[in-house]
Structure formats: structure tokens, C-alpha cells
Design a protein around this ligand. Structure first.
Ligand SMILES: Cc1ncc(COP(=O)(O)O)c(C=O)c1O
Length: 449
């Protein structure tokens, strides 16, 4: 009976010794919806949203919390974000389409991405997406051209590369000098872009954006970024007279995946960010812009749990005990991609002693398909339900069909109620886009030859 309580507030253990999330027995959820199954705790998501919104509301006059859809996005989830008064960051035609299909107000959408295609940009212009975040000079030119062609005048912001290296996995860093994202401040590219945008009658430049990385566990890199952005705002004012109405500081705050990764509370991070913004801009005598924060992981990450059914158990004497589950890198690629370390519990044995050290392996044909190394658990047996914690972000959204495994279902739980918000993929759906040219059709004839 470990970690569970401190990972999520809405975890309980019922009389059967089963884990309950949001008042739902997860063993029942596994029976009803099958496994692997993503379980999302609605109350936790709402609490995370409110920590951002309420803290900013107390401290800052004009702000918007914009959820980063890449962490997890479905149509139902858009409805939840809307209720919580968040904006939405989308990074592809697919994410944009999802939001529009859900009826999310386009003016509250922020269209990011370092290689938006012409079609995606046209799609955004046609639907009057609130903000297009320009990532590079080529995109700036393309957008000016497309705005001319369509007779539109989009509101745009520039993504800047502040040259700040956040301490996180190298694949999660995005603000360093050598990055594929954004316009460099140091080299003068960003200033050049500002001048071009201000000269263009096609664009309405409304501000600047920086996002320095993900799973960040310290506040200092945010403060450093605000310092760099402050200097940039002052330079732009001096060279062009432009005052930015909006400053978007991106997302990136980490979550607690295990006992070694301990992020500062959302409230503290937001408070320190606001302090630094006020201090930096105050010293420059710069009017306070509308402040945007763009969290993804810290909204949904700790609200997710993945349920698996334990299948085969293979013990190599003196070496290791492999416990294999019915999913793996297909539903959670973060272990293979970032060497992420997760915690898990056997959901039907919550009151049992943790007496065994095992390694949780996935069912894919890759040696790297591991979920957790050296996990201390109750004695596992085939048919047990393993609950891997803190899988709400970058799991469903990064899932694949490798080995032609169907993507799991997603269920949203709250106050003892469970709503299926994504149905499990079917085998039929797996083959629905397959096409067979005539010469490759397996007919009785070709078999006979
Ligand atoms: C532009 C931008 N904003 C926000 C985020 C959200 O980051 P996180 O989920 O770490 O909060 C990302 C993630 O990569 C991003 O690229």
C-alpha cells in the first residue's frame, strides 16, 4: 500500500482492498471497459485548472490560462476546458479540427507548431483562430502571403528562443540556443521578424511567446526566461516603438511521477512568475501585458492512471522477475522515449504487503518495451489489475498502433460516475484505411498458383 495517496487526492481503498479513483472501483472499470484502460480523474483535472486560474486571478489584472492540447486532447476534454474557462493551444490541423468539432470558441485557440502547412494555416484562417503563433521567418512570409490571398488579418504572436536551458531530459528542452523551435533573440532574427510583421498590413502582432521545455521541476529557468524576454521587449520598444499587449510564457511545469521527481506546487510557480514579471517590467517602466501560461502536463498528468491486466510472469532465477501486461510502449511510449520512471500498484491488492520486486514489461516486440524497472509490489498473479500512476499526459496523445495493437479506451471518473470519453479502437478500425491493389488481392486463384 504505497505511493497511491500522495499521487492523487481522489484515491481511496475500498472494503474489498481495491483502488478507487473518483469513487469508482478500478477493478470494476477494468471489467466493464477492458484493459488497457486510461482512467482520468475529473476532479483532479479541475483542481489543477483552478490552481492556475485562481492564483492568477488573485495576482494579476489580465491573464489567460491556455491548456496545451498535445498533453491530452479529445472532444469531451475540450468541453471540460471550456467549463473551466481555459484557452487551448493546438499544434496541428488534427488538434484544431478536434477543438472545432467540440465547439470550442476559435477566438480562444492558439495555433502553435514549427511547421504548419499551408493547408493548416488556411484552415486556421478560415476558422478565425484567435492567435497564430509564428515560429520562424519562413512561416512569417507564408502567413503574410496566405492572409493576402484570403483577405484576412490574423492576430499573431512570435515564438521566441530565449537561450535558456531548462534542466530536464534533453528531448524535453526547447528554449536553448540550438533549438528547432522559435525565432532566436540573440542572433537578431526575432527583431527582424517583428519589423517585418509591423510593416505588413496583413498581420496584427499582439505579442510574444516562449516555451522552454517540459517536466521542469524548478522555477529559476522561468525567471531567467522572463529576464530575457523583458530585455527583448525593451529592445523592441526602443527600435520600433511597439509595446506588446500579450506575453505568453509557455508551459512546462513538471509533475510527480515518482518519489524523486518533486515539482513545486502550481500556486508557488505562478506566484513567482507573476512576481518576476512585475519586477522585470516594472524596472523597465513597461506596461503590464496580458499574461498567458500554457500548461499541459500539470493539468492532466497526475489525473491519469492506466489500468492493465497482468498476463504472463517470467522469472529468471537470480536475475529478474518479468511481469507482463496487456499494453506497453504503444499506450505509454514515455519510458522508451525519455526513460521516464513510473510508480504502480496492484489495484486489487491494495492492502497487501509489498514483498516482491518485479519489472513490468509490455507486450510489444521490442526489448525497450518496458514500463517500470524494479517495482516493489504485492505478489503479482495473472489476472491482477496493475494501475500505473500519473499517466494522464503524453500517453494517450502519444499512443500508437505498433504491433497493430488497438488504442485503449479513456474513461473520465468523478463522484462514483464513469463516462467513456474515448471508445477502444477495434480491429476493424485498424484495417479501415488499408487498401489492396488488384494484383495483391489474395484470391483462390493466387493461392492456387
Ligand atoms: C508551445 C508549447 N506550449 C505548452 C506546452 C506544454 O508543456 P507541458 O505539457 O510541459 O506543460 C508545450 C509542450 O511541449 C509547448 O510546446
Amino acid at each position: 500500500m504505497i505511493a497511491a495517496q500522495y499521487f492523487q487526492r481522489n484515491f481511496t481503498i475500498n472494503d474489498l482492498g481495491h483502488l478507487e479513483i473518483g469513487g469508482c472501483d478500478v477493478v470494476d472499470l477494468a471489467k466493464t471497459y477492458g484493459t488497457p484502460l486510461y482512467v482520468l480523474d475529473e476532479q483532479q483535472i479541475r483542481a489543477n485548472c483552478r490552481q492556475y486560474v485562481d492564483t492568477l486571478a488573485q495576482l494579476y489584472p489580465d491573464f489567460e490560462v491556455v491548456y496545451a492540447g498535445k498533453a491530452f486532447l479529445t472532444k469531451a476534454f475540450c468541453g471540460l476546458l471550456y467549463q473551466e474557462r481555459l484557452g487551448l493551444d493546438v499544434v496541428s490541423g488534427g488538434e484544431l479540427y478536434t477543438a472545432l468539432q467540440a465547439g470550442f470558441p476559435p477566438e480562444r485557440l492558439y495555433f502553435h507548431g514549427n511547421n504548419k502547412s499551408r493547408e493548416e494555416l488556411l484552415f486556421a484562417l478560415r476558422h478565425q483562430v484567435g492567435h497564430i503563433m509564428i515560429d520562424n521567418l519562413m512561416e512569417l512570409e507564408t502567413l503574410i502571403q496566405l492572409a493576402k490571398e484570403t483577405g484576412t488579418r490574423p492576430r499573431v504572436m512570435f515564438r521566441l528562443t530565449p537561450g535558456v536551458e531548462a534542466e530536464t531530459h534533453a528531448y524535453d528542452q526547447t528554449g536553448q540556443d540550438d533549438s528547432k523551435f522559435g525565432l532566436e533573440i540573440k542572433e537578431g532574427t526575432a527583431l527582424k521578424a517583428v519589423k517585418l510583421a509591423l510593416q505588413s498590413p496583413q498581420l496584427r502582432l499582439v505579442g510574444f511567446h516562449a516555451h522552454i521545455g517540459s517536466q521542469i521541476l524548478e522555477i529559476a529557468p522561468y525567471e531567467a526566461t522572463i529576464g530575457v524576454l523583458g530585455e527583448f521587449l525593451a529592445t523592441v520598444r526602443e527600435k520600433t516603438g511597439f509595446l506588446a499587449p500579450t506575453l505568453d510564457l509557455g508551459g512546462g511545469l513538471g509533475i510527480r511521477y515518482n518519489k524523486h521527481e518533486v515539482p513545486p506546487p502550481i500556486r508557488e510557480v505562478v506566484t513567482r512568475i507573476v512576481q518576476k514579471v512585475r519586477e522585470t517590467l516594472g524596472a523597465l517602466d513597461y506596461p503590464l501585458p496580458r499574461l498567458i501560461l500554457e500548461p499541459g502536463r500539470s493539468i492532466v498528468g497526475d489525473a491519469g492512471t492506466t489500468l492493465y491486466t497482468i498476463g504472463n510472469i517470467k522469472e529468471i532465477p537470480g536475475i529478474r522477475k518479468y511481469v507482463v501486461v496487456d499494453g506497453g510502449m504503444t499506450d505509454n511510449p514515455r519510458v522508451a522515449l525519455y526513460q521516464a520512471v513510473y510508480e504502480a500498484v496492484i489495484a486489487n491488492k491494495m492492502n497487501e504487503q509489498l514483498t516482491e520486486e518485479v519489472t513490468i514489461a509490455g507486450k510489444c516486440c521490442e526489448t525497450g518495451d518496458m514500463l517500470i524497472w524494479d517495482l516493489l509490489t504485492a505478489p503479482p498473479a495473472p489476472g491482477d489489475i496493475l494501475a500505473v500512476l500519473a499517466t494522464g499526459a503524453y500517453n494517450y496523445s502519444m499512443a500508437s498502433n505498433y504491433n497493430r495493437l488497438p488504442r485503449p479506451a479513456v474513461v473520465l471518473v468523478a463522484s462514483g460516475r464513469a463516462d467513456l470519453i474515448v471508445a477502444r479502437e477495434t480491429f476493424e478500425q485498424l484495417v479501415q484505411n488499408d487498401l489492396i491493389p488488384e494484383r495483391l488481392k489474395i484470391s483462390a486463384q493466387t493461392i492456387a498458383q
